[in-house]
Design a protein around this ligand. Structure first.
Ligand SMILES: [Zn+2]
Length: 76
């Protein structure tokens, strides 16, 4: 199988564009993943042991993963 010059150029450009797309997607993925450092999760601070943890934003009370005490949402 032999490639003509235009086929060679086309595949070169195609590979180049695909590489750019992959790099663009990679940075978009990184930005979405690490951009907002804080999530929407509620922060809880255990009244029993002082352990600070997070849970889903739709729960008002959450169980401490450290000592299993129930804690209300922690407000800063
Ligand atoms: Zn605790």
């Amino acid at each position: 199988m032999t490639l003509t010059l235009s086929e060679l150029l086309f595949s070169y450009v195609a590979v180049l564009l695909m590489g750019l797309a992959v790099v663009g997607l990679y940075f978009e993925f990184r930005r979405r993943h690490f951009g907002p450092l804080r999530s929407d999760d509620n922060v809880f601070r255990c009244e029993e042991c002082g352990y600070v943890y997070t849970d889903d934003p739709n729960v008002e009370r959450s169980r401490c993963p450290h000592c299993s005490a129930m804690n209300a949402k922690f407000n800063f």
